[in-house]
Ligand binder design. Sequence first.
Ligand SMILES: [Zn+2]
Length: 150
Amino acid sequence: MNCTRGEVSRLRLPQDLETLRWDELDFLGWVDPRAPLQCYLVVPMAADELVGVQLRRNAGGDGPTRARMCSLCLTTHPGTGVSLMVAPRAGRSGRDGNSVGVDVCAELDCSSYVRGVIPPPALSRVHETLTVEQRIARLQRNVQAFVRRL
Ligand SMILES: [Zn+2]
């Protein structure tokens, strides 16, 4: 949605596409294997609509120790576990330099955190009263809302 044709032709797909557990993903997110600041999200917006966006990871450290919360899955990570990622807006607005930033799990594995497939960092074990299904629904809402802002 926010890439030029040239950027699309240069992007590299994740290396583990064939072994991914698709039924456990709310979106496909990956870091470009040869350009670690370049990230991509493919998000189901409706039953028959997938939208892909590119993001750039903020290279400058935000301080090594401050804990931050992913704004998509609400997992809190220490240090560099959460990255500020910035996505150019789609179309003319993006070409004019407008972008939207989001704090997100650095490896884009929010789907695994909400399902408990990856245990959260110890410091983030705040008591959540939501069920796994509710946390999945919240993640899907948050990632779709982010894409709509672009
Ligand atoms: Zn997350």
